[in-house]
Design a protein around this ligand. Structure first.
Ligand code: GDP
Length: 465
């Protein structure tokens, strides 16, 4: 095969029912070939690199009959996966239509890529070295390997579909901006910013859910670091004992590095809690109040989950307030203890205090003395940390730190879009960050790869890579 010719393939795996199908075209004539197949507001040959445009896939041999709607994304040499001029056509994910588009491309002079050929070109173009290329081949040959197939399943499954749909949303907005700047008469930006702002929020909250699943990965393995905090005498030790009680048998005590650090594990409804530094907290009874509160704050810092114990039989005081002031960005469950006694605490004020300090007021009333509220607490913890059984059982979780980083980068780029919107910057400012988010998301599914060619994601590149 000549390195000069132009290759094309369906780059997305989901020939079944995925929302979009991406066709990748790479080579010297990628742009001129796609120009004949794609009709947008702008010709592909006139598009800047890393820009996207709306348009139709047309069959010029049949009087420009429209085959599909698509978004074209142009990446000019050398800044593309293959280092060659590359065009991505994001079409609908229908296998028949995608086949049709490939046929049109072939009719214009492209040919179907061999498996791995996009990667081979990256190597030929000097973008990856031989050892990396070999690593890629190892992965292709390691189909049976269990670990690998696990990651492939992950890529082929819900995660991939999700990422593709997020990328599509971003691309749509980018293309809209480009089109509007280009052709203001037909594409109005009136009210667009509000829409964009809303769309960006939506994508960010989806990213947030995905990021939460990577936390699940760690939490499943290591346990949720849980701190039980509260001023002295609210019943922390009693509640700890209540939590531990039923599961005494599976509680393990592990000697810590310092003499009085004790790590205790307990499983509530299948969720593993790692109670942090509880020995220290128990000691607070012997310490002056001030030190007790300081200790609480240290533990909050380290915790994934804070169980804040308030005394239902006493008024809130400055010690409670001080502890609550450290709750920003923490997952906190407040337990109003001693419900067997007369209630003195002002619950409404407690809620306001929690909310004012940046945490969602999740409040349960319990009694350690009468052993009530444990069930509700367990359910709430499960609900908070295990978002759905599927995540837990099938391990559809993002445990890969590179994926996590890509998601965080995408989120940050989208945050910049929001900042630009807030500052009412001109529209072309947004496309840079939108495309940065698009690219970062692509890294999760191996659609856009930068220089650090991670190997495993190539596992699924039977076609289109
Ligand atoms: P800590 O200092 O926060 O660890 O609090 P402790 O667990 O040592 O409890 C302080 C006091 O409150 C003890 O006398 C407990 O018996 C009592 N106490 C704890 N929980 C309850 C409860 O639910 N109801 C009642 N009536 N007393 C409780």
């Amino acid at each position: 095969m000549s390195v000069k010719d132009t290759i094309c393939a369906i780059a997305t795996g989901g020939m079944g029912g995925s929302g979009i199908g991406i066709i990748r075209v790479s080579g010297e004539d990628a742009i001129s070939i796609c120009d004949k197949v794609f009709k947008g507001k702008k010709r592909i040959s006139e598009m800047e690199t890393y820009t996207a445009a709306f348009g139709n896939i047309v069959n010029r041999r049949a009087g420009d009959q429209v085959v599909d709607e698509a978004i074209a994304l142009v990446m000019k040499a050398p800044h593309s996966y293959t280092t060659e001029d590359t065009v991505e056509l994001d079409c609908h994910g229908n296998a028949f239509l995608l086949q049709k588009v490939l046929e049109l491309l072939i009719a214009e002079g492209a040919r179907i890529a061999e498996p791995g050929e996009f990667t081979k070109r990256a190597y030929m173009g000097g973008r990856i070295d031989m050892s990396e290329a070999e690593a890629v081949m190892d992965v292709i040959n390691a189909e049976g390997n269990a670990a690998l197939s696990a990651s492939m399943n992950q890529l082929r499954g819900g995660l991939k579909k999700k990422i593709i749909s997020l990328r599509e949303k971003i691309l749509y907005d980018t293309a809209y901006i480009e089109s509007a700047l280009d052709d203001p008469e037909n594409y109005s930006l009136e009210g667009f910013l509000e829409r964009l702002d809303k769309n960006v929020d939506e994508v960010r909250s989806e990213i947030d859910i995905l990021l939460n699943t990577c936390e699940d990965g760690r939490l499943i393995k290591e346990g949720i670091r849980t701190a039980i905090v509260g001023k002295p005498n609210v019943g922390k030790s009693s509640i700890l004992n209540m939590i531990l009680e039923e599961d005494r048998a599976i509680v393990t005590n592990i000697e810590g590095t310092t003499r009085d650090t004790l790590e205790e594990y307990v499983r509530l409804k299948g969720v593993l809690l790692k109670l942090i530094d509880t020995a220290g907290i128990r000691d607070t009874e012997d310490l002056v109040e001030r030190i007790g509160v300081e200790k609480a704050c240290e533990n909050i810092e380290k915790a994934d989950l804070v169980l804040f114990i308030a005394d239902g039989a006493r008024e809130l005081d400055k010690n409670d307030e001080e502890i609550i002031s450290h709750f920003a960005d923490k997952t906190v469950i407040t337990l109003i203890n001693k419900e067997d006694l007369e209630t003195v605490i002002d619950r409404e004020r407690l809620e306001k205090l929690l909310a004012a300090n940046g945490c969602v007021p999740r409040i349960l009333t319990v009694s350690a003395a009468e052993n009530t509220g444990r069930e509700e607490l367990s359910s709430l913890i499960k609900e908070l940390f295990m978002k759905g059984e599927a995540v837990y059982n099938n391990q559809i979780i993002i445990s890969n730190s590179r994926h996590k980083e890509a998601l965080i980068n995408a989120d940050e780029a989208l945050k910049r879009v929001k900042d630009s919107i807030a500052q009412m910057l001109p529209e072309d400012f947004y496309t840079i960050d939108l495309m940065a988010a698009y690219e970062s998301l692509g890294l999760v599914i191996g659609e856009t790869l930068e220089d650090d060619l991670a190997d495993k994601i190539f596992a699924e590149f039977c076609m289109g890579k």
